[in-house]
Ligand binder design. Structure first.
Ligand code: SOE
Length: 402
């Protein structure tokens, strides 16, 4: 593909934000889409440039570069981090390499975007958050990719809760359900190996919903009681590279070393009570992230599989005609939607990555700390660690460490 297309006119006059991405599988493709589209959909202060993409397999990364519009490739992330034509390093690799790449990128003077969960352990996440704080003093920004904050409906829900429409929060009911592990013959990919993924459904899906619940509530969890389970403990070993959530051929078997499902209850600092369920065994559920919040004045419910909608009950209305009603979140006054299609013409999963890129570009241009920050990612990591500790101790209530 060679050099990316150079824009003419006012776009060309904007300073570039040159991105170097490490990883090119499912999340690499999603982030590429975000970087490629953000500057077309939104009038941004900087022009995102897809400079370099990195992966260990030279041919595969070349194919990914051509497909997604990256100008150059590298096969060693250290070379990418050292390049002068990279201002921001976007980390889309499995969790075991997040800390090393992020620390090197921050040390090299780059901004960083890191996929969730921030790291595989609290220790790694703390080192990353400390390095990000020091780098902020030098004008560098670091953000973690909790993209579900960037669904227009969840952003609207956050605004409504912050305006006080729910009153004091009492309950949060949160599930994130997938089913891609139901088949016991599905191979032992990296997501099922603790040394690579850190944890299973907990870190992959639970991290998203812990972040989303805390973001919507505007407060943090104080403690949790948890149960986890690994239903299928041995699986066929994959042959060759695996990508996304697809099955591949296999030879021999190996141990699953992460949780298949995690269930926990939690208490928020205000006293609100929450329940969480994260599983890859909810037969028929593909990507069912659902959250309901009940407060003293009203309730809100969101379902990722109907992501252009928000369900709202205004508890201050007369009981005779009150009830849950559907807000179609496609109005130009709704978050992010001034840049998109006319009312009723909905958005999808991919747009969350466009909005993520948009928000980070604005933060970089303004030198403003982006959200969610690495400190937010560290706090989520502490919740995940408390869930694991509680589960090991047969659901003993476990405070979130400070
Ligand atoms: C796989 O379970 C996965 O791709 C997660 O890793 C993503 O973060 C989530 O957005 C969709 O499901």
């Amino acid at each position: 593909m060679g050099e990316p297309q150079q824009p003419d006119g006012p776009e060309a006059a904007k300073p570039p934000l040159r991105v170097g991405m490490v990883g090119y599988a499912f999340m690499g493709a999603a982030h590429s889409q975000g970087w490629r589209t953000a500057g077309h959909a939104f009038d941004l202060p900087l022009r995102p440039v897809l400079s370099v993409i990195c992966g260990r397999d030279a041919q595969a990364v070349r194919r990914a570069a051509d497909r997604h519009g990256w100008a150059a490739t590298e096969t060693d992330w250290r070379a990418l981090v050292a390049r002068d034509d990279v201002d921001l390093v976007d980390i889309c690799t499995p969790g075991d390499s997040h800390a090393e790449i992020a620390l090197a990128a921050l040390a090299a003077g780059k901004h960083v975007l890191c996929e969730k969960p921030l790291a595989n352990t609290v220790e790694e996440a703390r080192a990353m958050a400390d390095a990000a704080e020091a780098a902020y003093g030098r004008g560098q920004l670091a953000m973690v990719g909790f993209n579900y904050r960037r669904v227009p409906a969840t952003a609207l829900a956050r605004n409504m809760i912050a305006e006080g429409r729910l009153g004091t929060l009492r309950h949060l009911r949160v599930t994130y359900l997938q089913d891609w592990l139901v088949d016991p013959q599905f191979p032992l990919t990296w997501r099922l190996r603790k040394e690579l993924a850190g944890s299973g459904a907990l870190g992959d899906l639970g991290a998203h919903v812990v972040d989303l619940a805390q973001y919507l509530a505007g407060e943090q969890l104080a403690g949790v009681s948890a149960m986890t389970e690994t239903f299928v403990r041995e699986r066929p070993l994959p042959v060759g590279a695996t990508s996304g959530l697809s099955a591949v051929q296999s030879a021999g078997t190996g141990q699953v070393t992460v949780d298949d499902a995690a269930l926990f209850t939690g208490r928020f600092t205000s006293g609100a009570l929450a329940s969480f369920e994260a599983t890859r065994y909810a037969t028929g559920r593909k990507n069912a992230l659902r959250i309901e919040l009940n407060g003293t004045h009203g309730s809100l419910a969101f379902d990722l599989e109907r992501l252009n909608e928000l369900s709202y009950h205004d508890g201050t209305e007369a009981a005779t005609h009150a009830g849950f009603r559907r807000i179609l979140v496609t109005e130009p006054d709704h978050p992010y939607l001034d840049a998109w299609w006319p009312p009723g013409h909905g958005l999808g999963y991919e747009h969350t990555f466009v909005h993520q890129a948009r928000d980070l570009v604005h933060a970089v241009a303004a030198g403003r700390r982006p959200e969610p920050s690495f400190a937010d990612g560290l706090q989520v990591q502490r919740v995940l660690a408390a869930v694991e500790e509680s589960a090991e101790k047969n659901s003993v209530y476990t405070p979130i460490a400070a």
